[in-house]
Design a protein around this ligand. Structure first.
Ligand code: PLP
Length: 389
């Protein structure tokens, strides 16, 4: 059987290193916010090219805390509107709601499945204060256009980078962060790196086990160049406290776990190699799958896509999924129900997003991961090409 994603195989390669890390932590007896978390925050900030990384409990908290941080800084307030793609994973929208802000859903571009920037203007109101740009399936949103629009309209740009660790922009993206951060902030030491996490004012990452950089449990992080925001976030994630038992904000408990941080420190050096393997598999699928009943995902062949998911589209999605299952190929649907049709978002249920709704009916995610073998790719291609309806 071809697994959709064989997490056991991915992590088995690190078993000895994980055991060494665990032994070190056991010997030390320090479990919360220790040297592994600090080390990971340094490593991941350097990897993304940002000045700061704040480790948190998960990706949802990362995004929620960014918005709460801007509220504490007086740059957002309750009721402000945040533009967000309608076809995202529900976490993006929940983060906005958890911070008492108002999500304004926008249809995606039907080619890239990322935010359609042509629709930003018509959704702008006096209350619009931020854009949550999601790099869906691992492909960067159009950050040049998003940042230009944000700069022209005084909006904050937050990246949902939970699926895009390591995706690299071809453009030198000019974010408006200087307007929102301290004037005395230094520029990053070397050449700026235009990578997911460094393409807006702040970014939220998830290290949920299935992500391109996955822990062995929950984990998340925020990256930013904004020193004021970073200072608030280091406190907000830890009960709003910087000095123990002195609480400056109504914070939450969402710290990156020391053990998970130690595992992430082991895996981070291989992230680029793993992403390259994903891209190589995607390129094979794109070149070799030839079936006029199946639309393949858009890819511009740059490094702006790290193929967290390889998502095809077909009008006969359930039939294709059933056929692949029968032939030993696991697939998944990301996602079967759009956020605005979820029971949890009742106020949105009557809205109509035809492109989003069509996408959710027709998409299917094929197996892709750094441990998928060439023979497995051969078989998936063969079965995809033999499918008739
Ligand atoms: C996974 C994911 C999240 C949330 O991450 P968790 O760690 O599961 O909370 C947010 N946004 C997107 C797009 C995701 O894929």
């Amino acid at each position: 059987m071809i697994h959709f994603l064989d997490l056991h195989k991915i992590n088995a390669a690190y078993e000895t290193q994980f055991q060494e890390k665990l032994k070190t932590i056991l010997d030390k007896g320090w479990y919360i916010l220790g040297t592994e978390v600090t080390q990971f925050e340094e490593n991941f900030a350097q990897y993304c090219g940002t000045k700061f990384c704040i480790g948190v409990g998960n990706g949802l908290d990362a995004l929620t805390l960014i918005f709460k941080g801007y509220i504490e800084l007086g740059k957002l307030k309750k009721g402000d509107e945040v533009l967000v793609p309608a076809n995202t994973y529900i976490a993006s929208i929940l983060a906005i709601l958890h911070a008492d802000l108002v999500p304004v859903l926008i249809e995606p571009d039907s080619k890239t499945f990322n935010l359609n920037t042509d629709l930003l203007h018509e959704n702008l109101t006096l209350k619009t204060k931020a854009i949550l740009a999601v790099h869906l399936y691992g492909q960067l949103a159009d950050m040049e256009k998003i940042n230009d629009f944000a700069n022209a309209n005084n909006l904050l740009v937050v990246e949902d980078a939970a699926q895009a660790h390591g995706a690299l922009s071809q453009h030198s993206v000019v974010s408006n962060h200087s307007k929102f951060s301290n004037s005395d902030t230094k520029l990053p030491k070397s050449e700026p790196i235009f990578k997911a996490g460094n393409l807006g004012n702040a970014a939220g990452f998830s290290f949920y086990p299935s992500k391109n950089l996955g822990a062995l449990g929950d984990g998340g992080a925020i990256t930013t160049n904004d020193s004021e925001l970073a200072k608030v976030l280091f406190s907000l994630r830890n009960y709003g406290s910087e000095v123990k038992y002195h609480n400056d904000f109504i914070g939450i408990n969402s710290r990156l776990d020391e053990v998970q941080a130690s595992f992430l420190n082991v895996k981070l050096p291989n992230l680029d190699r793993d992403n390259q393997r994903r891209v190589a598999i995607a390129k094979r699928y794109l070149a070799e799958i030839k079936n006029d009943k199946i639309a393949l995902p858009f890819y511009d062949h740059s490094s702006n896509h790290v193929f967290h998911l390889f998502v095809i589209q077909t009008e006969n999605r359930m039939d294709l999924q059933h056929y692949l299952t029968e032939n030993g190929i696991q697939t998944q649907i990301h996602y079967p129900i759009p956020p605005h049709k979820q029971k949890a978002l009742k106020d949105f249920n009557n809205l109509s997003f035809p492109i989003t709704e069509k996408i959710h009916k027709e998409i299917l995610s094929l197996p892709i991961s750094p441990v998928l073998t060439d023979a497995e790719v051969d078989f998936v291609v063969k079965m995809m090409n033999e499918w008739t309806f």
